[in-house]
Write a protein of this length. Structure first.
Length: 352
């Protein structure tokens, strides 16, 4: 009986790593460059479409190598063009990514996941209710972007780490993935945003790396007592410490940060909260992004405030934050469960 040899995964390798693998097979180094270009410039994951490779090498390459380990389980398209993907890892775990189009398609932003589940357990988040399962490898994070480009035949311009998971709880893989995004896929650091719930030691570590990416803080409440409930990691790292850490990040990187604030009706959307939020961030070099809660398909008790409340909240924040830019996030993919964790949890339910 023939023994199956395990295939080496070429995805995530840089050019010199790829050359070493190709040389081991006795093929010319030049073939590595061709394969490298197909994978990262043309988002290919199939040797058969690499038309400049000699046919005679094809079966050897297919036998020894594979390109990536994720497979597409489901793709949904929203009426506004937002696309959502459910990918399976090799071990059967499921991971979600979302593709959003802005400025008439000039800006294509992929929202990617860094973990399966999440330990932070924010009560309004579908992923949080799953609990933490595992960290993704850097290659699995990067491959979400690669596969979306492969499926859509379009290049992604921006990345946000706002899918499933707390990125800074998977620090090494996330930082390695941002390196891959920049050096392999060609997305500049300034087009990458990492969103954190406030893991202070890792914010401080990231500040020292001096990568020119954008750091977003999911603040969601300006008072410790209420934030302890909405973002339970706050029980460990309080708001004042968090603000110092964010200021330090700005000082070290010279980058403006973003404050994310999900608006939940009757919980954190009063004018008093808006005033406290404005004052809290007035000395921080930041933009504020308000996110009216995506209530469309959640099982939770949280509600979305009406548009009038959202507008008034944003005016009060502007007034008390010394004129900071306050944006209200355009809702995307309302009809396809585009908030993180929602597609995965509904897919799971459909299996039962
Ligand atoms: S909102 Fe983010 S940090 Fe909070 S549970 Fe969900 S994935 Fe985790």
């Amino acid at each position: 009986m023939a023994l199956m040899t395990e295939q080496t995964d070429l995805f995530g390798m840089n050019l010199s790593e790829l050359e070493a693998e190709i040389l081991k097979l006795g093929l010319s180094k030049f073939r590595a460059k061709q394969i490298f270009n197909w994978i990262y410039l043309k988002s290919s994951n199939n040797f058969e479409e690499m038309t400049d490779l000699p046919q005679k090498n094809l079966s050897l390459l297919q036998e020894k190598f594979k390109i990536g380990s994720l497979s597409l389980i489901e793709r949904q398209v929203s009426s506004d063009g937002t696309r959502k993907y459910l990918f399976a890892l090799e071990d059967g775990n499921l991971v979600e990514s979302v593709l959003m189009s802005f400025e008439d398609g000039k800006r294509l932003t992929a929202c990617i996941s860094s973990q399966i589940g999440c330990a932070v357990k924010c009560p309004f988040c579908s992923t949080g209710t799953l609990g933490f399962k595992k960290n993704l490898r850097a290659e699995e994070i990067l491959e979400q972007v690669h596969l979306i480009q492969n499926i859509e035949k379009e290049r992604i311009s921006n990345i946000v780490f706002m899918g499933q998971g707390e990125p800074l709880n998977n620090y090494d893989s996330v930082v390695k993935a941002t390196q891959g995004l920049r050096e392999l896929i060609g997305i500049g650091a300034r087009h990458i945003t990492i969103s954190t719930s406030g893991v202070i030691p890792k914010i401080d570590k990231l500040a020292k790396e001096k990568i020119q990416l954008t750091l977003a803080l999911s603040l969601h409440d300006p008072d410790d007592e209420d934030r302890d409930v909405l973002v339970p990691i706050n029980k460990k790292w309080k708001i004042n410490e968090l603000m110092s850490s964010m200021k330090n990040y700005v000082k070290s990187t010279n980058r403006r940060v973003t404050i994310e604030y999900v608006l939940l009706k009757g919980m954190n959307d009063s004018n008093k909260k808006a005033e406290s939020l404005g004052k809290l961030v007035s000395d921080l070099h930041c933009n504020i992004n308000l996110i009216p809660y995506n209530q469309s398909c959640s099982d939770t008790v949280f509600l979305r405030p009406d548009d009038k409340r959202v507008l008034e909240f944003s005016e009060v924040v502007k007034r008390f934050s010394k004129g900071k830019t306050v944006t209200i996030r355009q809702e995307k993919g309302h009809d396809i469960k585009a908030a993180c964790g929602q597609l995965e949890s509904s897919y799971r339910k459909s299996l039962h």
